[in-house]
Structures are given as C-alpha cells and as structure tokens.
Design a protein around this ligand. Structure first.
Ligand code: AHG
Ligand code: MN
Ligand code: MN
Length: 334
C-alpha cells in the first residue's frame, strides 16, 4: 500500500507487482527517469547563473561547452536510459528520427520504447519560470531482440503503459502513471530523494481556470472563440480565471490540482495546432484520464488518434472532464 512520505524508490518496489507485466523492467525504467530528473533539475536550478558560469556557447571552467538546456536535458535522459540498458528505443523532440539501442546485441531483450519532450516550456528558462520534462512509454510491437522500427513509436496513446512529467518549479515534482492512477512525488533537494507527496491525484470534475494563448484569438476556429467568450461570461460560476504560463507541464499541473482546462487549438496560422501528439499530448492525455480528466482534439479522444509521423502536431484540449466536454460541445455546434 502506498503511504504519504514514502520515497519514490520504496513506492516503485512496493507497486511493482501491480504492473501488468512484472519483469521489473518498467520499474527500472521509472528509476532511470528519476535519476535523470535529478541531474536535469540540478542544471535547471543553475540556469540563472549564466553571468557567473557562462552563457550558451561559452566554455565553462572545466573546459566544457555550455549548452542550451533542452539539448542538455535531451542528452542526460538519453544517456541515462542508454547506459542502464533499459529500453530498446527512444524518440525525442530534439532528435529528427528515433534512436535504436543496442540493435546489434542479440542479448538485448528490452521491450520498452520511450518518447519524450526533454525540456518543455523552454522559453521560460531565461525568466526563471517553471519548465518540465514529459515522457511516454510503450511496449514495442516489433520482435524483441531485433532493431526497433517506426511502428514501435507510432502507436495510439491508448497503448501507453506509462507516462509522466517532471515539473521543475518552486519545488521539483515527478508525476506519473502506470495505468493505475496518478501519483506525485516531490524532490527534497537537500538529500536528493523524491517523496510521495500527492497520492492519487485527480482533476476536480469542474474548474474555474482556462489556459489558452489568447494572443492567437483572431486565428482560432469559431468554436474555440465561442468557448472562450463563454468562459468570460458573467453567469453562474463564471467568469473563469485566465492562467497561462506557456509551459504545458506547469499549466497542466496547476489545472489538475485546482480544476481547469488547457487549450492549444488549431489556428489559421497552424492548421494542426502546435503541440506534438507523441511526446506532449499522448502522455498528458493518459495522465488526464487516469486522474478523472479528459483530453481531446475538440472532436476525437487524443489517445484514439492514429499517429502517422514522429513529430506530428494535433490540436489539444485537456483538463477537468465537464469543462472539456463543454468545449467539445462548442466545437461541435460552431
Ligand atoms: P517546447 O518548449 O517543448 O517547445 O514546448 C512549448 C509548448 C508548451 O509547453 C506550451 O504550452 C506552448 O508551447 C506555448 O506555446 P505559445 O507560446 O504558442 O503559447
Ligand atoms: Mn514541449
Ligand atoms: Mn521541448
């Protein structure tokens, strides 16, 4: 049984038997993500020291080139998963195509692939605002032992076995699901340990927050415009409060705790919106549904969309169930 204040390490061991497949491989994978999260957290926390330790493009005191944090995070997550020989393939926002791991090694019996957005909300880094990491895990569909194929990555979201995010905020949290609810762990930076601080997280059925980049308003479809006007109307428990950080992870995290809706619709500028199906929308949708929330593109459940390419974009509406359903109603009727 999970207890508050339990460490993430203890939690993983105690809950291993509740995973559908109990080889321990998925537990080791979550463990590696936990480790990489701590390394990236350390670097993110130093981001404000650019004047002291050097800006991107400079060489630091150890003679290492300073990197952009999204490149750094990408390397750390890939390195950690590779070194520990945990997965057979990785796809990342920062890599044009997927990476096959140890495809020559016949002893590689790894069954899982990971898809990730190593640093989400990266434009917030320079201004000391929260950023995150998002990950999604599938069982491969190609034969174990051989190289991974594109089909291992282009799976519908409803086939995910795990998904989660790390939010590097006022505290750093790792929030994830393996299909049995959503649990949140907070890092105690003094001793580098994650503790179960938010067991069984759920979206309130209704909320009072809407999160959307309203600067794009004139480019939105009529249904979205109508829904935004509905949020702003003086009626019943409305108007709702507008909150938009510009970091999906942080906006989602707040809305899950307080109740709210996040929208990144398509627009006359971006016909499929901006967010990526495979490593932004799918993992967030899995978390949302596991937390009693909902995620759709306005018409179709996100996790039922058939992916066609690695970096595909989709419109994204996600959050408290009743709010998402209301937005869908406006989309249908526009
Ligand atoms: P990334 O930093 O990985 O490119 O993602 C940024 C995403 C998402 O986190 C955020 O919600 C959205 O882009 C913000 O976009 P706008 O600036 O267009 O609102
Ligand atoms: Mn992102
Ligand atoms: Mn990113």
């Amino acid at each position: 049984m999970s207890r508050k204040n339990q460490t993430l390490g203890e939690f993983i061991i105690e809950n291993q038997s509740s995973f559908k497949y109990t080889s321990g491989e998925l537990s080791r994978l979550i463990n590696s993500i936990r480790l990489a999260a701590k390394v990236v957290n350390h670097e993110v926390n130093k981001a404000g020291l650019v004047d002291i330790i050097g800006a991107v493009g400079d060489t630091n005191i150890q003679g290492e080139d300073q990197q952009k944090l999204d490149v750094y995070a990408n390397e750390k997550f890939i390195q950690t998963l590779k070194n520990r020989n945990i997965v057979c393939g990785i796809a990342s926002e920062e890599e044009d195509s997927f990476i096959s791991i140890n495809s020559q090694d016949e002893n590689n019996q790894n069954k899982y692939v990971v898809l990730m957005d190593p640093l989400d909300g990266s434009s917030n880094i320079d201004v000391n605002v929260s950023v995150g990491t998002i990950f999604s895990v599938f069982r491969r569909v190609s034969p174990v032992g051989g190289p991974v194929t594109i089909d291992d990555f282009l799976q519908k979201g409803n086939k995910q076995v795990a998904a989660g995010y790390i939010v590097y905020g006022t505290s750093t949290m790792l929030v994830y699901t393996t299909g049995d609810g959503v649990n949140g762990f907070t890092l105690n930076p003094a001793i580098g340990t994650f503790y179960l601080s938010h067991p069984k997280m759920t979206f309130p059925k209704d909320g009072h927050i809407y999160s959307v980049n309203e600067g794009n308003y004139i480019h939105f479809p009529q249904g979205v415009k109508n829904y935004i006007k509905y949020c702003q109307m003086e009626e019943g428990d409305r108007p709702y409060t507008s909150r938009y950080i510009g970091s999906l992870v942080s906006d989602f995290h707040r809305n899950m705790i307080k109740g709210g809706i996040y929208l990144y619709p398509k627009s006359s500028k971006n016909s499929n919106g901006k967010l990526r199906l495979l490593y932004e929308c799918n993992p967030m949708a899995f978390l949302a549904e596991q937390a009693d929330g909902k995620a759709s593109d306005g018409f179709t459940r996100i996790m039922d969309i058939e992916p066609t390419e690695l970096h595909q974009r989709v419109p994204f509406i996600c959050g408290s169930k009743n709010m998402v359903e209301k937005a869908e109603e406006f989309m249908r009727n526009a």
